[in-house]
Ligand binder design. Structure first.
Ligand code: PEP
Ligand code: MN
Length: 249
């Protein structure tokens, strides 16, 4: 099972490395950390940019990393410093960016646009990437990442649409669920991670921070180290139970 964990944003070498070392020993299979951050407010921290990528290249020495590309002219630089390129929710409709990441031959984490229709929009974005991949390089995989959609409900940041998991799996997709952005609340991340695994997700992606109160980005939804340890323990046990008892897994 894929467990992607790390801070929303790379804030400094020490912060990024401290969290990486922790999540790695706790059982994460991949590290996440944004260098280029597409924030809703122009006043918020926009990420460390290229410097953040160099920090990631050190983390890559012991675990694979995923990070977001926000612009076409950054794609090659991002590709050279990560194992998987994230296309964020705000960029899911950016056709030129989709084509550019598809050409790299890297694994891609394609987040669902926060108001994207599943078949007409999200799957077509996937097809843009795959068409370039097929033409240029024939290597790598695109993972679909459900991260919640905008609804009228406000008690969570977004509304997690778990029905896409079996739907996409039945069509042969690889699916990752991000309950951190889906809920915006750490208390809901563990139960929804378990629900995602039970629904058949290939993996989960969660935000983790050693000092959530001081985080420059999305600290309100980050899991503490203690919560992340609990999460790994529970999802691993659930996955094991499913493998032992359900034929289809
Ligand atoms: C993120 O994963 O850091 C992020 C910005 O997520 P999303 O694009 O889903 O909002
Ligand atoms: Mn975030």
């Amino acid at each position: 099972m894929i467990i992607i964990a790390g801070p929303c944003a790379i804030e400094s070498y020490d912060q990024a490395m401290r969290i990486a070392e922790f999540v790695y020993q706790a059982g994460a299979t991949m590290y996440r950390g944004g260098a280029f951050k597409p924030r809703s407010s122009p006043d918020d921290f926009q990420g460390m940019g290229e410097e953040g990528l160099y920090i990631l290249s050190d983390i890559r020495k012991f675990m694979p990393v995923v990070t977001e590309a926000t612009q076409i002219h950054h794609v090659n630089m991002v590709a050279n410093n990560c194992d998987m390129i994230q296309v964020g929710s705000r960029n899911m409709h950016n056709v030129e960016l989709l084509k550019a990441v598809g050409k790299t031959g890297k694994d891609i984490l394609l987040k669902r646009g926060y108001a994207a229709l599943l078949e007409e929009e999200w799957i077509n974005s996937y097809r843009y990437i795959e068409k370039e991949r097929e033409y240029y390089c024939k290597q790598g995989t695109t993972y679909m990442c459900e991260r919640g959609i905008r609804t009228y409900e406000k008690y969570t940041r977004n509304t997690l649409d778990l029905s896409v998991v079996p739907f996409l799996k039945n069509k042969g997709h690889q699916v990752i669920v991000d309950p951190s952005h889906a809920t915006g609340r750490p208390d809901l991340v563990i139960p929804l991670s378990l629900a995602a695994v039970a629904a058949g997700a290939n993996g989960i992606m969660v935000e983790v921070h050693d000092r959530p109160d001081e985080a420059k980005c999305d600290g309100h939804q980050a899991l503490s180290f203690h919560q992340f340890t609990e999460l790994v323990d529970k999802v691993t046990h659930l996955k094991q139970f499913m493998e032992n008892n359900f034929d289809e897994n």
